[in-house]
Design a protein around this ligand. Structure first.
Ligand code: A2P
Length: 270
């Protein structure tokens, strides 16, 4: 065999290599946040609340991938994502310029702990989010299974600025007439707080929990491990602070292998 014959013309792609998907829509909400939708390969399966690797080809030919929560519910024919824009972020500085028809890379496997399987049965589900940490809960609140498992679903979203709430506000409002979950709309509560601009509730969610403001506003008892379940997604500091508060209330952390009373996951940051 000659040298040339020993070298395959093109390296065979690994079966685990990301697939190339097409951008179907892009919507910019603020100079820090945008949402986009891409095609979903027929073979791509996920549970509502999970995350997947998303990216673009890198300069060195290697894909540049980051973990993104899937904002679509598991039955959606397309995949939706809610992203931060970091000016010097290796991926988001480029990803924020994607246009309809562009290609993005999608990992083949989704994983995550913000899933129903990681929680034991309860009556009330709290989804605490800050910034783009809202994304996995956009999936959860669109899934009919959520309303089959819980009597009430309380989605909290805290952002620096009012404009950053818009994606969640539009999404929640769209569920009013949703063919799958519209009939449960009155069991979904959307609680918004803004920290750096005037807003009716201008507190961090941690303050609202600690001072009981959240429970007073909603007319519900404080967190109770017997009936309340909690999912949390936000920055590392936010996760640490909420974890402390829910543990103080007596809730235990769960996982896919050992379901319990609360689960946490870090929102994508760079
Ligand atoms: P703040 O404006 O007081 O920092 P970010 O965009 O930095 O992830 O922040 C999103 C939201 O999360 C902001 O409103 C921010 O409030 C809030 N936040 C930041 N850190 C924490 C924390 N440790 N606990 C609760 N909320 C937090």
């Amino acid at each position: 065999m000659t040298e040339a014959a020993a070298q395959p013309a093109e390296k065979a792609k690994s079966p685990n290599a990301p697939t190339e998907e097409t951008v179907l829509s892009v919507k910019h909400y603020t100079d820090r946040m945008f949402a986009f939708r891409i095609t979903r390969p027929a073979a791509f399966r996920f549970r509502s609340g999970e995350f997947v690797m998303i990216g673009l080809p890198g300069d060195n030919g290697k894909p540049l991938l980051r973990a993104y929560s899937i904002a679509s519910p598991s039955w959606d024919e397309e995949l939706e994502f809610f992203s931060i824009k970091v000016p010097d972020g290796p991926l988001t500085s480029r990803l924020q310029s994607i246009k309809v028809g562009d290609k993005v890379l999608l990992g083949r496997k989704s994983v995550g702990t913000l899933v129903h399987d990681a929680l034991t049965p309860g009556k009330r589900l709290y989804c605490f989010s800050t910034g783009t940490g809202l994304a996995p809960f956009v999936s959860i609140i669109r899934d009919p299974d959520t309303y089959a498992r819980f009597d009430q679903v309380i989605l909290t979203h805290t952002c620096r600025e009012v404009g950053e709430l818009k994606y969640g506000q539009e999404l929640v409002e769209s569920l009013r007439d949703d063919p799958l979950v519209g009939e449960h709309f009155d069991r979904l509560v959307h609680y918004t707080t803004v920290t750096r601009e005037p807003w009716p509730n201008q507190e961090r969610i941690t303050t609202c929990i600690e001072k009981g403001i959240l429970f007073d506003d909603l007319g519900v008892p404080p967190l109770d491990p017997a009936v309340d379940r909690v999912m949390v997604c936000g920055s590392m500091d936010m996760l640490t602070d909420i974890k402390h508060l829910v543990e103080k209330a007596g809730l235990k952390e769960g996982s896919n292998a050992n379901p319990a009373e609360f689960v946490i996951e870090k929102a994508f940051v760079g």
